[in-house]
Ligand binder design. Structure first.
Ligand SMILES: [Zn+2]
Length: 89
């Protein structure tokens, strides 16, 4: 993202969908609304708390830009990696 701004939404007035993991955000969800410019295009989307904290822990992920569902994939990869590690160590 070339430019990014976000604000916390305490309770959504409408059901939304998380851009990062494609999970449904039911009405009155606590989530984040992100607006930004990515490759010259204005974008805005909602993120659930799980995806938001992933981006906070992985700032390079946010910097490189991500597509819909990418955070879910990344979270699953992390999960698998952790399982692998537990098996070997
Ligand atoms: Zn999410």
């Amino acid at each position: 993202m070339d430019f990014c701004r976000e604000r916390e939404v305490k309770r959504t007035k409408k059901p939304r969908k998380c851009f990062g993991c494609r999970e449904k955000l039911p009405i009155e969800s606590n989530c984040f609304y992100v607006t930004g410019v990515y490759e010259g295009n204005f974008r805005s989307h909602y993120l659930c708390k799980k995806c938001k904290s992933y981006l906070e822990n992985n700032p390079e992920f946010a910097r490189e830009g991500y597509q819909q569902g990418d955070i879910r994939d990344a979270l699953l990869e992390d999960e698998e990696w952790r399982k692998e590690r537990e098996r070997f160590f």
